[in-house]
Design a protein around this ligand. Structure first.
Ligand SMILES: [Zn+2]
Length: 258
């Protein structure tokens, strides 16, 4: 099969807080078409496999990393966090298994999670030299998977007060209408600020994630919450809710390169 071509390169958002290469990929710079245009990095959403593979190659090149060093998990909206270590070649490896968070202390390895509305969280321990990526939808946020990732790093010696976190593009409160029951549940767990009341309650997921991280020991000023809303910005992001499920996936990655 011939490799599809396009001239643009992957674009991603970054946080000034993180001292290592990382990114929250946008739609720009891939070869997928239709609802997956263009940088779809999800293999299980109905897109052509050869295009998704080419998109991964482009991402690795833009990230300045080896494709074989990319570590991913099969995401299941749980709270399991796995240790990962990549290889120093250019062959994309299968996922590590079912989990929603992963971390590494392997030099040159990079860890990533896929999203299309859910909250991507990247964690860096500059002293202990560990990095982590977390996928936190409403279920994962309810399970406080970000805190589980902080604990996993802590078990290897990372001190929570030294961790740096970036909370990436996701569906924001403007677009995330939820049931009154879910609103009540989150208000009880994370405080009144995580729900905006209107005709229907709207959930502020990144705020809940930040509350989880601070409760786990991170300093509030060490948590950078990006303001981009995946559902608002059709040109820039995939959105599962806006596109009624027929859409691509972003990858959100952080490299172990100190
Ligand atoms: Zn929005």
């Amino acid at each position: 099969m011939s490799t599809p071509t396009s001239t643009s390169t992957p674009e991603f958002l970054t946080s000034a807080l993180l001292p290592v290469p990382h990114g929250f990929a946008t739609r720009t710079g891939g070869v997928s078409e239709g609802p997956y245009a263009s940088l779809n990095l999800g293999f299980s959403v109905g897109d052509e496999r050869s295009r998704v593979e080419e998109n991964h190659r482009r991402l690795a090149q833009a990230a300045g990393a080896k494709l074989g060093a990319l570590c991913r998990v099969s995401q299941v909206h749980g709270d399991r966090v796995l240790e990962a270590r990549g290889e120093a070649d250019d062959a994309l490896r299968p996922t590590l298994g079912e989990a929603d968070g992963l971390w590494t202390e392997g030099e040159g390895s990079w860890v990533a999670v896929g999203t299309a509305d859910c909250v991507p969280v990247l964690l860096v321990d500059p002293q202990g030299r560990r990095v982590a990526a977390v996928h936190s939808g409403w279920k994962g946020t309810d399970l406080e998977i970000s805190a589980r990732a902080v604990e996993a790093l802590g078990a290897r010696g990372s001190r929570p007060e030294r961790l740096l976190a970036a909370v990436g593009p996701c569906i924001q409160a403007c677009c995330y209408e939820v049931s009154p029951e879910l609103g009540d549940r989150f208000r009880a767990r994370f405080g009144p600020d995580v729900v905006r009341e209107g005709v229907k309650p709207h959930l502020d997921l990144p705020r809940a994630v930040k509350a989880s991280l601070v409760k786990a020991g991170l300093k509030p000023e060490h948590v950078d919450v990006l303001q981009a809303c995946t559902a608002c910005e059709r040109e820039r992001f995939f959105s599962h809710r806006r596109d009624a499920g027929l859409t691509g996936r972003h990858l959100n990655f952080v490299l172990h390169r100190f």
